[in-house]
Design a binder for this molecule. Sequence first.
Ligand code: NAD
Length: 471
Amino acid sequence: MKNINQIYINGAFVTPHGTETFDLINPSNNQKIGTVTLGDEEDTRMAIAAAKEAFKSFAKTTREERISYLQKLQAAVSKREAELIDVMVLEYGGTFQFCKASTQHAIHAFSSMIETLREFDFEKRVGHSKVRLESLGVAGIITPWNASNSFICNKLATAIAAGCTVVIKPSEMSALQTQLIAECFHEAGLPDGVWNIVNGLGVVVGAEMTGHPDIAKISFTGSTAVGKTIAKGAVDTMKRVTLELGGKSPNVILDDADLNTVIPMAVLGAYMNSGQACIAPTRLLVPEDKLEEVNAIAKAAAESVKVGNPQDKDTHVGPLVSKKQYERVQSYIRLGQEEGATLLVGGEGQPNGLEAGNFVKATIFTNVNNEMRIAREEIFGPVLSIIPYKSEEDAIAIANDTTYGLAAYISSSDTLRANRVAAQISAGRININGFSHDPQAPFGGFKQSGIGREFGAYGLEAYLEPKAVLE
Ligand code: NAD
């Protein structure tokens, strides 16, 4: 049992003013593993004041100083990689495979931002003016539970590169992971007040950050509903916002793709991070005349997926983060059947022997129509919808018929054709023939998947304000 009863303000772990506590539950067995004391509005204001004070000198740091801070952060986080993975598996229930990759993303966020910073021009000539990109100010960072430390490290690295100071509010469900990353950041020895962390509820700490006049920007990753609340609240003080929100990403299998290769990959892709991934390809679009063949391959692929103990190195799908998420996903599995989709594999209830935790069966619906709610709403669990299409044109129309636009995936044996299709799909990130990651390429959504971009130079610009000096 671990009790997290401190937050981090102005270079020190301190006891919060808030006294309410929140239970931390192991999603694999629903046993209590700790508590976190939640910060309140006053804690938030103190953290913002510390960040505001630190900004005065931090904004004046040189590129070399910022690189040195990023190197120290990376070294401190790397040193505790194994512990960071273990605590993520325990508290979040992410599979070992996923938690390892996610922790490596967290570590590489710093080196990747160093690479961007070395090349970045903070001063340019435009017309007859000098344009300087200046640090925005204090950034508020609000993150979800599904890859908590990776989001925190990426956003912190970008803010540091830009000369901004930060107040971080992670999900209250990630407090054990937050404690460990805070210890790493502390060891890196940055100036007091440059980074601050307040554990707490979104409606308390997050809302205070959103409304506070001394925060210049909010970088938020989470649900579209909360993203809209933040955007509305932020406008009163004209804060800049970067919003990384939900998705319902299409995976378009063109008729020349090798089904035996791409369908098993598509199934595993939909189940990435136990299905709790904003970029998961949850709508599998396949040629109508190949539906039967696709169903057979997809069913076999889902049946070979290991759902179970997230500590096992070969587990693909672990428990969902909470009982609430489990119930939510169950309700979508019921809904899919009520809407008339064909349940191909999986279904309601827990897999045998896994009744103690929030485990969901690897589930696939086929004969799904894009009008059904299971095809339109983010389920955030291991549930894939197979949607047949009639022609390439029809596939593109279905792919775009969504309020989201975070990611899309295309498989074809002809990459020129896949690129032609990619040009017609509205999504911020499109993967052709696979699932790769590029930490330098912009990441973010079209439509209701968000506003702005993260990573690389696009991400860095979002923490800067252009000032034109006309000479
Ligand atoms: P959430 O939106 O419920 O919460 C995210 C964070 O916002 C948490 O820290 C929460 O405490 C805080 N929050 C809640 N209400 C708030 C308010 N009124 N004001 C300010 N902050 C508030 O999301 P979640 O359930 O933690 O995460 C799952 C969601 O995140 C999914 O919709 C998923 O698609 C999305 N997500 C998006 C990306 C991306 O990069 N686009 C990545 C991961 C997850």
